[in-house]
Design a protein around this ligand. Structure first.
Ligand SMILES: Nc1ncnc2c1ncn2[C@@H]1O[C@H](COP(=O)(O)OP(=O)(O)OP(=O)(O)O)[C@@H](O)[C@H]1O
Length: 879
């Protein structure tokens, strides 16, 4: 990067670029604005002659120009102004061929330049040029290297200059912008032409190699080394741009090798007069150049030191005053924010405030405490919203927002009434409400209605995916980036201390971050859960459980008609008259496009229906306006039916549903399924609602092994084993074997599979269904597809009650099951929980023993052998 001798060949004749207020030195890259008449033609020619890629081959002689003599009066004025373009006693020794720098210097001295005010460069003054050499050049903002003044006289061109190559050349307003890199000093021998630009014969004067034995020169170099080191260290203090410093430092490492270039570069970074710069340019001999440079550097160091002192003083004073003022303001603001805190919190806040006052605002601890105090100040410690505990109003709100759910609504109203009474007496509230039910059954919207009815703010804290307690309780402040947890975040957002939260309650809740207690007793917490299975028993015990089972199709239809459809119509910018969906159509959407306990998917599908109608409505309006036929066509080129209409038709009939929503997504597996030996319909219930599931059994040659598949849990596997054992031991009684001791699985293996292998299944409630599936397979008799079974089964043949009856029954009803066999002890659940319309459409058979089950399931097709204990209807006494 750093060359000690120019590697670029310099031609004998070069075009001249006269520089009026600048001096280019070798090794320096500079940017110039060319706008003078004496230079523009040169660059026009270069642009015409050189290809862009070859610009760097163009070598130019860059020569300083001495100012022309000026009238006396003007000189006087200028002198007063302190302008450095003083009178010029020109050195006209242009063709002297004098390689001695003395003549140029003489000329410069004779010109009587006055020294500029010296000072410190600001960042703006230095232009870092990202050139091949990456060296630096000072250039003042807005400074033009050439003014558009006087006509140039050959006599004013200095005898020493610098060969430069073009790094960049661009057209600019009024001329060119060029970037030049100085290569080597040039002596001007003779000006050859002047029009359209100057050309001259020149001699390159590279620095001579440094003789090791030249003690005087070595001494100079040592002096240069230490001075430049000091200079650069001062520049560091003054915060010069980092790239400039790095370049300088790199360069200085080579002082010993190329002292000449280092001097040239340093000279371009310090404040010096035009005269001084010419002096350095003229100094072709290093023994001449280095001492001059050391002198100039020393002066610059002195100036830098003084200005640094001044700078420090001013800054220090200002900073101290400003900081104090700023801090006072900040403290006052914080104090104001922290007014009205509870006593204990106030104590903590005061303690932190005291610490804050002693800290540097720039320290990281300062911002941590500041943040903490902001949190304390932002929380609604004492601010509550006014409660409306009007039971009648709440009833109306709940009824307006939700169809059905009578039991749930009644329970909520009771809760509110009790809360009201307790508040009047100043007592503590009862337990938290926990709404349990499958997704989309309205738990969240019930919570929202409760908040609206009570005139409270509503905030939902979603705990999905929260594994870490600190997400709820916050992180201790000792952690980097610590913040309060979800509860405190929610309170800040609500801006009152008594919102409705969907979560758990705790009196003296202490967030780890705040580390001071916040009384959460005013918050009405409502918890929601899809299933109670995952809630720890002690917590469950403290909550008021309100279960919302899945909806029947009838309920879904009512919810869709009264709530979902009107809501979607509103959301799509239409009015109720614009979309009329028939009951049949809505039912088809519910049965053919959704399979869920709640109504979320139903709402989405209704949304799609309404959207399609909205588009149709808009198109008809548009067509009417423009009176033009439709343009929308399908892949066959015919417009879809609803698009061909000239009048908008608000009605969506059952036949339109498929056209808009596409093919039905769900077919009814129960009605579609043919009764098959070995396959029985079971009933399932999990967190996301009820459903039916099939139990498939088959046998194959083997040695009496049982194989179970379908993501089965331990309990359900045990049920299968119990069922098989029972069937094996009662094979003779139900006519599966011909003799008492015969083993039906002597030469066979049995495989029990429950389809839907992706869904884990567990629990004992498939017991009786498994027995029926096995009996069906071994006897080759079928259980009707529309008959479903649920019930636990013991080895002795007893049928035990199971959970989730309401959800199971509703789901089975949705799946077109028309007969359900279940434990006798579950009868009460059917009577109390299952809606009447469902009960009316399903035949219930209650069983207390497996014999009852077999009788009902096979409708008499499996006959109990006469003379066996079972024939008398009794339980197996042998077990
Ligand atoms: N009985 C109902 N009457 C009117 N709208 C209902 C009813 N049940 C549910 N909805 C509507 O169904 C949508 C879904 O309900 P919501 O978001 O409250 O379900 P969720 O039970 O909280 O579900 P998740 O367990 O997934 O959070 C809402 O738009 C809600 O208004």
């Amino acid at each position: 990067m750093i060359r000690s001798t120019p590697s670029i060949p310099i031609p004998r004749t070069v075009p001249l670029l006269p520089l009026h207020d600048k001096v280019l030195l070798p090794g320096v890259v500079t940017r110039l604005q060319i706008s003078r008449r004496d230079s523009i033609p040169l660059f026009e020619k270069i642009l015409r002659t050189y290809d862009r890629k070859e610009l760097h081959k163009c070598i130019i002689g860059v020569f300083p120009v001495h100012p022309l003599p000026k009238p006396v009066a003007s000189v006087a004025n200028k002198a007063e102004d302190g302008d450095d373009n003083d009178n010029d006693d020109e050195d006209s020794d242009t063709g002297s061929g004098n390689s001695n720098s003395g003549s140029g210097r003489k000329g410069a001295k004779a010109a009587g330049y006055r020294k500029k005010k010296t000072g410190v460069y600001s960042d703006d003054d230095i232009v870092v040029v990202g050139s091949s050499t990456g060296q630096v050049v000072p250039m003042r903002p807005g400074q033009s290297s050439q003014s558009t003044a006087t006509v140039l006289s050959p006599a004013s061109i200095h005898t020493m200059g610098c060969a430069a190559r073009l790094v960049r050349l661009e057209r600019a307003v009024g001329g060119f912008t060029v970037m030049l890199e100085g290569i080597v000093r040039l002596r001007l021998n003779k000006i050859l032409t002047q029009v359209p630009f100057f050309e001259a014969e020149v001699t390159p004067l590279p620095d001579k190699p440094i003789g090791k034995s030249d003690q005087q020169l070595q001494d100079y170099i040592v002096a240069l080394k230490s001075t430049s080191k000091e200079f650069v260290s001062l520049l560091q203090v003054l915060k010069l741009p980092a790239p400039v410093l790095t370049q300088l430092q790199k360069f200085l490492e080579n002082v010993g090798l190329i002292p000449g270039q280092v001097v040239d570069l340093l000279m371009s970074t310090i404040e010096s007069t035009h005269e001084e710069k010419i002096m350095i340019l003229d100094a072709t001999d290093l023994k001449d150049r280095i001492p001059k440079a050391v002198e100039l550097l020393t002066r610059q160091i002195h100036v830098l030191k003084i200005s640094q002192k001044v700078h420090d003083n001013v800054e220090g004073k200002l900073n101290k005053k400003q900081r104090e003022f700023y801090l006072r303001q900040q403290m006052a603001a914080i104090k104001e924010e922290l007014a009205n805190l509870p006593a204990e919190v106030q104590k903590a806040a005061d303690r932190e405030l005291k610490r804050l006052k002693k800290m540097q605002p720039a320290s990281s601890e300062y911002s941590v405490i500041r943040n903490y105090l902001d949190w304390l100040g932002d929380l609604p410690w004492t601010k509550s919203s006014e409660d409306i505990l009007d039971v009648e109003r709440a009833r109306k709100q709940l009824n307006d927002d939700h169809h059905g759910l009578e039991k749930v609504k009644r329970r909520i109203l009771e809760y509110l009434a009790v809360t009201k009474l307790q508040q009047m007496k100043g007592e503590v509230k009862g337990p938290i409400i926990c709404l349990v039910g499958p997704p989309g059954v309205g738990k969240t919207s019930l919570g929202r209605s409760i908040a609206a009815a009570m005139g409270r703010k509503f905030h939902r804290i979603s705990l999905g995916g929260v594994w870490d307690e600190s997400e709820i309780r916050g992180h201790r402040r000792t952690y980097v980036g610590a913040l309060p947890g979800l509860v405190i975040h929610g309170l800040k957002k609500c801006e009152v201390n008594n919102p409705v939260f969907l979560l758990e309650q705790n009196h003296t809740f202490t967030d780890h971050y705040l580390n001071v207690p916040f009384d959460l007793s005013k918050i009405l917490f409502i918890a929601t859960a899809n299933s109670v299975d995952t809630i720890p028993a002690p917590l469950l015990d403290r909550m008021e459980l309100i279960t919302i089972p899945g909806y029947t199709f009838a309920e879904k239809l009512a919810i869709a008609t009264n709530h979902l459809l009107p809501k979607q119509i509103r959301l799509h910018g239409l009015i109720e008259e614009d979309v009329k969906v028939t009951e049949q159509a809505l039912l088809k959407v519910a049965t053919g496009y959704t399979r869920e306990s709640g109504v979320r998917q139903l709402e989405r599908e209704i949304g799609s229906l309404v959207r399609a109608k909205a588009v149709e409505y808009a198109e008809v309006q548009e067509r009417r306006l423009l009176n033009r036929p439709t343009t929308t066509t399908d892949s066959q080129g015919t417009p879809p039916a609803h698009n061909r209409r000239l009048e908008y038709q608000p009605l969506v009939a059952v036949d339109d549903v498929e056209e808009i929503l596409g093919q039905e997504k769900y077919v009814n597996e129960v009605t579609e399924r043919l009764p098959t030996p070995g396959v029985v319909t079971g009933m399932a219930y999990n967190g996301v609602g009820g459903g039916i599931l099939f139990i498939e059994v088959s046998q194959m040659p083997g040695k009496g092994h049982l194989q179970l598949t379908g993501s089965l849990g331990d309990v359900i596997k045990e049920s299968a084993q119990i069922a098989l054992s029972w069937v094996k031991s009662h094979g003779y009684e139900i006519g599966l074997t011909n003799s008492q001791g015969q083993n039906i699985m002597e030469k066979a293996d049995v495989h029990i599979h429950m389809p839907g292998g992706g869904t884990p299944k567990d629990g004992p409630s498939a017991g009786i269904a498994m027995v029926c599936a096995l009996v069906s397979m071994f006897s080759n008799q079928t259980v009707p597809a529309a008959t479903a079974l649920t019930g636990e089964f013991t080895l002795r043949g007893l049928v035990m009650p199971v959970g989730g009856i309401k959800e199971k029954v509703i789901a089975a009803h949705r799946a077109a099951v028309r007969k359900i066999i279940m434990p006798l002890r579950n009868r009460k659940d059917v009577v109390s929980d299952v809606p009447l319309n469902v009960r009316d459409e399903i035949e219930f058979s209650y069983a207390s023993t497996i014999w009852d089950v077999l009788k009902e399931a096979f409708e008499g097709r499996v006959v109990v052998r006469a003379g066996t204990p079972a024939a008398n209807g009794g339980l197996d006494s042998r077990m």
